[in-house]
Design a protein. Structure first.
Length: 355
């Protein structure tokens, strides 16, 4: 029996209402689930390699999640924990002494530049040691809250990621069936997004290693006993766009000022800003992206590396830390849709000419 139009309208309206209700009910988890999907797409190759060694879907999914957690999550949590401990252990007397010693050190460094020296003295008059104390308290509180939220998000992302790894083939088939395109077009979109995410992942890892080696090498030259640890911390901090390794080199430079090593503090600051942040992060990273695109992928992307590079920053400004993954994914999806639309338009145009 054929359904009446009113019945179809009723069921269609009911379906829309149920979907909206589900979206509202699980709104707190959509972002975490979406991030887990993107991470799964970027790292599904890891599970495939583990499956060759361990022919068990459950254990392959488990070890894939475990490896990713140990590589990325644990170091970031350690960095955040160390930052909270650092700020919480600071005493008012230490901050006042540190402020005065740093101020004297900077003035002595600027003694050869009278204009800069006078400007700095004017600025420092409006910034007291009490302001530094209040700032450190706020920083400790902010880092603590963000770390707690990060841990909660990570917990759900890890859970979702395991489920996605375990049912990867099932979800992939659903994606191909429910996309409003043909199977081939849907595969092209998936491959485009997957390739971009793989490039972003590997470029971030290589960039992390380069920045960590660069800073760790400097610390070794300056005879720091924990030079390797500082290099590792700097590398992990480099995953955070815009701020990056500043969360590591600023305290180290400040420590040198505190000790009265003014030129060492200046050298660390200039080296971190000019060489690591500008040369490695802003000039070398796009080159790495292009190199990976040409050599790592079977079918290189027809996408300029600068587009991917700026998509990372755009994602971070809109979505925070996880924008590192979301930004490039949205950009790749958008470009894939445009190419698909252009291809469809050309085919329709050719068919009209033939007719």
């Amino acid at each position: 029996m054929q359904r009446m139009p009113s019945e179809r309208i009723f069921f269609g309206t009911l379906l829309v209402l149920v979907i909206l209700a589900m979206m509202y009910l699980y709104q707190s988890f959509w972002m975490d689930f979406g991030i887990a999907i993107l991470i799964c797409i970027a790292t599904i190759g890891l599970k495939k390699r583990i499956l060759r060694l361990i022919p068990s879907n459950f254990f392959a999914s488990f070890f894939s999640v475990l490896i990713l957690t140990l590589l990325f999550v644990v170091p970031i949590l350690f960095l955040a924990q160390q930052a909270v401990v650092f700020f919480s252990q600071l005493k008012a007397e230490q901050l006042v002494f540190y402020f005065n010693a740093s101020k004297e050190g900077i003035i002595s460094l600027l003694a050869h530049f009278p204009v800069l020296e006078s400007n700095f003295i004017d600025i420092s008059k409006n910034f007291s040691p009490q302001d530094l104390i209040n700032l450190s308290i706020k920083a400790s509180s902010f880092i603590g809250k963000q770390t707690l939220q990060f841990v909660i998000d990570i917990g759900f992302i890890i859970l979702f990621l395991f489920v996605l790894f375990y049912y990867a083939r099932y979800f992939y088939v659903i994606f191909l069936k429910f996309m409003p395109f043909g199977i081939r077009q849907s595969q092209e979109i998936y491959d485009e997004v997957s390739s971009v995410l793989k490039i972003v992942l590997f470029a971030s890892i290589i960039n992390l290693i380069l920045q960590g080696i660069a800073f760790g090498g400097l610390m070794s030259v300056l005879h720091y006993e924990n030079a390797i640890l500082l290099g590792v911390l700097y590398g992990m901090a480099s995953l955070i766009p815009v701020v990056g390794g500043a969360v590591v080199w600023i305290p180290v430079a400040g420590y040198e000022l505190y000790l009265g090593h003014y030129y060492s503090a200046l050298g660390i600051s200039l080296y971190s800003i000019l060489f690591i942040s500008i040369v490695i992060d802003s000039i070398v990273k796009p080159f790495i992206i292009g190199l990976l695109n040409r050599n790592m992928l079977d079918n290189p992307l027809r996408l300029n590396e600068l587009v991917i590079f700026f998509a990372i920053f755009a994602g971070f400004s809109s979505f925070g830390f996880w924008g590192i993954v979301i930004g490039p994914a949205i950009t790749a999806f958008f470009i894939a849709i445009l190419r698909l639309g252009r291809k469809s338009y050309r085919q329709s145009k050719k068919s009209k000419k033939v007719n």
